[in-house]
Every structure is written in structure tokens, then in C-alpha cells.
Design a protein around this ligand. Structure first.
Ligand code: FAD
Length: 475
């Protein structure tokens, strides 16, 4: 006999989307049940994504900064790495944050159910529990089941072919590592495994790394990367043949195929929504052509009392999108007039230097036939960047020529992921170049570089020559 429970809201999936939705719904006075198949909360982000990867990237950055200190006359001896301590530290951080989520759940009197949930009909979720099945009746439901790594078609089964989850477990440090995919996850992993001692080859199908980002934003990073990694753009992986001593891999462009052996291959070619096996057919809910659950701006599916949030609803698959959507879904259920209509969702690549962008990119503006005014400030002209060894960088801001308002921005450089939020706020507030240029920024700071990019468009730039001025002087 199944145990029967009844709640105002059931949330399926305990990642950043699901737990945020559950917390907000409980805070708004609703009775909430949170169903997660794993014992620990946090989803991909906390368990096998954002947090473990950023912990390891932090270590890679520390090592790199120590190396760079030689320019300032500070010489550290080469570092020695204890892989077990590193693994334990990463796991301890994840555990600490997961325990924090458990406490927040308890304090809000949210009922936790551990097991896989499947919808039986429009008001019932069945959970296969560890001891017995549980039947949960609900008034509203939020689907927050996230995503999983995309796999290569016809890839052999082999423990040396990793996805990001396998790689972050640090099973061993391969001497030669092939990374398939030069997107955010691929580049972050390259940085981590270089630090650990691997020699890395990256194959990327498109003609640039980080295909969605503007090429001038990627350039400073690409310049640094070309001495560190073998990067093959416009190249695809064709075959992997497992051998005793390694993986024999064929890859290449249209003209030439190469064969090489690697100790491990990391596949980072995107993520797929977890929308199968949820019993959606019992609800009559259909998926879009990417396999995602379509929602409106209030996060309602085709069935108005069933909501979906986070990665399962599609791109951009980012934790901050999931958590913001989670809040909106809970507020709509509680009767508030909320909607998820952000003007921009920032994307950050946590390499060293970092890359971050928000709003429209220059290439998207071109595709849309939108006329933009562009301001760009090279970090080589920033006192703070130079003094802190961060001269490799650029800040740029894009303004709509018709309205004068900021519609996009990108930063490549140290702490770009922190700095980008000024641009996001400026866009949400409808700021123009003058608003940003006249906002007094402390000197010397890296955030000045964003204001200086706006000054280029405002026409008030003095830190570099105004665009066109050199030409005018010559004539
Ligand atoms: P998820 O975090 O995927 O959580 C879904 C949960 O639902 C899981 O815990 C799963 O077990 C559970 N579940 C699924 N089906 C069922 C079921 N039937 N019953 C019960 N439970 C179920 N994003 C960023 O914003 N910044 C980053 O720096 C970043 N770094 C990343 C690094 C890596 C290596 C990876 C892989 C991802 C990274 N991401 C990052 C993406 C981020 O992790 C996801 O966007 C985010 O976790 C999505 O949250 P979510 O709540 O939608 O789903």
C-alpha cells in the first residue's frame, strides 16, 4: 500500500530551480513537498556542476597567479599537489552547502521525499520510495528535473570516456586529454586539467571557441590558450577506439583526418533536458523539438496548474536562470502577478581570465539588422589592470542607436564574472551611455573599464584617444 500525502505544491527536482521554488512557496504560506531522487539537495549545480568546478578552477587560478608573481620578483617553488586533499576539500564544500539546504528546508517545514517521481495524472505524483511507494496529491506542481550531459552517438562504453560529472570526480590525471567541445564547460575543464598536469587537445566543430560569444571578446583568452592547448576549431570527433593503453581517436576537418591516442576523452558537447520518464504522457504534455518543456512567461505549461522551470525548459541552461524562474513560479502559484521577463541573463566562463557577457552580442545585432553603437576599452590602458597583472582584457558595451540605451555588454578579464552585473543592472534600468559614463567609479578599479567603454560612446573618453580622433588629426 502506498503512503498518501497531500500538499498545495509539489516540486519535482531538488536543484537550484527546485529548492528555490520550494523555499519561496513555503515562505508565501503554501504547504510544500520537495521530491528529489538523490539524498542530497543541490542538483547538478551543487553536486556535479558550478560548485565543484569553481572550487577546482580556484586552485588552478591560485597556481597561475603564483607563477605570474615571478614578474614582480616573487618566486615560489613549483607546487606539489595532493590529489586526495583536493578531492576532499571539494567534497567538503559541497557537503557544507548541501547541509545548509537541508537546514533551510527543515526550518521552513517543507516535506522532503527521496525517490523518483512520476506523474500519474493532473493531480497525483507517484514516488518510488526506498521502503514504500508514496502517492502525493497536489493542487499545483513545479517540474524542475534539470538536464544531463549530451552524449556522442555510437560512443563505446569505456570508463576513460568522461562527461563533466566523471571528470569532476578526478578519477585520475591523464597524461594526454582530449576535450570534445570548446564551449564553457570544455574550456573550464581544460583549465582544471592543465593545472593538474594533463596535456590538452580541444576539438571544436565551429570556427571559434565559445561559439555564442563575440570573437573580439574571446580573442584575449584565445591568445593565452594557443600556447597552452592544441586547439582544433572547425574539427569534429569521428571515432573512438578503446585500446589497452589508451583511446585511439580519429578527428579532423573536412580535408584531413588525424588519429591520435589519449588516456582520456572528455565529452562536453552540451546538455539535454530531463523530460523523459516523468509520466508527462499521463498529463498530455508535449515537448518542443529540443525535448524541453515549453512554458509561458509565468512558467505555466500547457496545463495551467503545472509549471516547469530551469534546464528542463531549455536554454540558457544556467543555475541563476533556474533559481529566478523558481521564485516566479512559486509567486504565481501564491497568486502574485509575477512573470519571468529579465532583460538579460549573464553568462560567465570562469577561466583565467574570465569572460562574461549579457544582453545582445554584436553578431546577434548584425543578424537582426539592429544598428548599435559600440564602446570598447582595452585593459592595457587601465592602471588597475596593469598593476595587478591583468592587462589581458577588454570591456565593451553596445547601445541601441535608435534609443541610446544599453542592450549588450561583454568583458574579458580578471573578475569579469563579478564586473558584468553592473551592465546587467544598467540594462534593467534602461541606462544610456551618458548615465554609465557619469556614474562616478572609484579609481583605480577594474569596474572603471566598463564606464570607460561607455565614455567611448558618450564621446567623453579621455583615458584613450576618442575613436576617429587620430584619423582627424592626421588629415
Ligand atoms: P538540476 O540542477 O539539473 O537539478 C535537477 C534535479 O532533479 C536533480 O537533482 C535530479 O536528480 C532531480 N530529478 C530529475 N528527475 C527526477 C525525478 N523524476 N524524480 C526526482 N528527482 C528528479 N550554471 C551556472 O549558472 N554557473 C556555472 O558556473 C555553471 N557551471 C556548470 C558546470 C558544470 C560542469 C555543469 C555540468 C553545469 C554547470 N552549470 C552552471 C549549469 C547548472 O548546473 C544548471 O543550469 C543548473 O543546475 C540547473 O538547475 P535545475 O534546478 O534546472 O536542474
Amino acid at each position: 500500500m502506498a503512503e498518501k500525502l497531500e500538499f498545495d505544491v509539489v516540486v519535482l527536482g531538488g536543484g537550484p530551480g527546485g529548492y528555490t521554488a520550494a523555499f519561496r512557496a513555503a515562505d508565501l504560506g503554501l504547504s510544500v513537498c520537495l521530491v528529489e531522487q538523490h539524498r542530497a539537495l543541490g542538483g547538478v549545480c551543487l553536486q556535479v556542476g558550478c560548485i565543484p568546478s569553481k572550487t577546482l578552477l580556484h586552485c588552478a587560478e591560485v597556481a597561475e597567479k603564483a607563477e605570474e608573481a615571478a614578474e614582480y620578483g616573487i618566486d615560489f617553488p613549483p607546487f606539489e599537489l595532493d590529489l586526495n586533499t583536493l578531492r576532499n576539500k571539494k567534497e567538503q564544500i559541497v557537503k557544507q552547502l548541501a547541509e545548509g539546504l537541508d537546514r533551510l528546508c527543515k526550518a521552513r517545514k517543507i516535506r522532503r521525499v527521496t525517490g523518483r517521481g512520476v506523474f500519474q495524472d493532473e493531480s497525483t505524483l507517484q514516488v518510488e520510495g526506498e521502503k514504500e511507494d508514496i502517492e502525493i496529491s497536489f493542487r499545483d506542481a513545479i517540474i524542475a528535473t534539470g538536464s544531463r550531459p549530451a552524449t556522442l552517438p555510437e560512443s563505446p562504453e569505456d570508463a576513460r570516456i568522461w562527461d563533466s560529472t566523471a571528470a569532476l570526480a578526478l578519477p585520475f590525471v591523464p597524461q594526454r586529454l582530449l576535450i570534445v567541445g570548446g564551449g564553457i564547460i570544455g574550456l573550464e575543464m581544460a583549465q582544471i586539467f592543465r593545472f593538474l598536469g594533463s596535456k590538452i587537445t580541444i576539438v571544436e566543430m565551429q570556427d571559434q571557441l565559445l561559439p555564442p560569444a563575440d570573437v573580439d571578446l574571446v580573442q584575449p583568452l584565445a591568445r593565452k590558450f594557443k600556447d597552452r592547448y592544441r586547439i582544433l576549431t572547425g574539427s569534429r570527433l569521428n571515432r573512438i577506439e578503446p585500446r589497452d593503453n589508451g583511446l585511439r581517436v580519429s578527428f579532423g576537418g573536412q580535408e584531413k583526418e588525424e588519429k591520435e591516442e589519449f588516456e582520456a576523452v572528455l565529452v562536453a558537447i552540451g546538455r539535454r533536458p530531463n523530460a523523459e520518464d516523468l509520466g508527462l504522457e499521463n498529463l498530455g504534455l508535449s515537448l518542443d523539438d529540443q525535448g524541453c518543456i515549453p512554458v509561458d512567461e509565468r512558467l505555466r505549461t500547457e496545463i495551467p496548474h503545472i509549471y516547469a522551470i530551469g534546464d528542463v525548459t531549455g536554454e540558457p541552461m544556467l543555475a541563476h536562470r533556474a533559481s529566478h524562474q523558481g521564485k516566479v513560479a512559486a509567486e504565481v502559484i501564491a497568486g502574485q502577478k509575477s512573470a519571468f521577463t529579465p532583460m538579460a541573463i549573464p553568462a560567465v566562463v570562469y577561466t583565467y581570465p574570465e569572460i562574461a557577457w549579457m544582453g545582445i552580442t554584436e553578431k546577434e545585432a548584425k543578424e537582426q539588422g539592429l544598428e548599435v553603437l559600440k564602446g570598447k576599452f582595452p585593459w592595457g590602458a587601465s592602471g588597475r589592470a596593469l598593476s595587478s597583472g591583468s592587462a589581458l582584457g577588454v570591456s565593451k558595451a553596445l547601445f541601441d542607436k535608435a534609443t541610446g540605451r544599453i542592450i549588450g555588454a561583454g568583458i574579458c578579464g580578471s573578475n569579469a564574472g563579478e564586473l558584468i552585473h553592473e551592465a546587467v543592472l544598467a540594462m534593467e534600468m534602461g541606462a544610456d551611455a551618458e548615465d554609465i559614463a557619469r556614474t562616478v567609479h572609484a579609481h583605480p578599479t577594474l569596474s572603471e573599464t566598463f564606464a570607460l567603454a561607455a565614455e567611448v560612446v558618450d564621446g567623453s573618453i579621455t583615458d584613450i584617444m576618442p575613436p576617429g580622433k587620430k584619423k582627424e588629426d592626421k588629415s
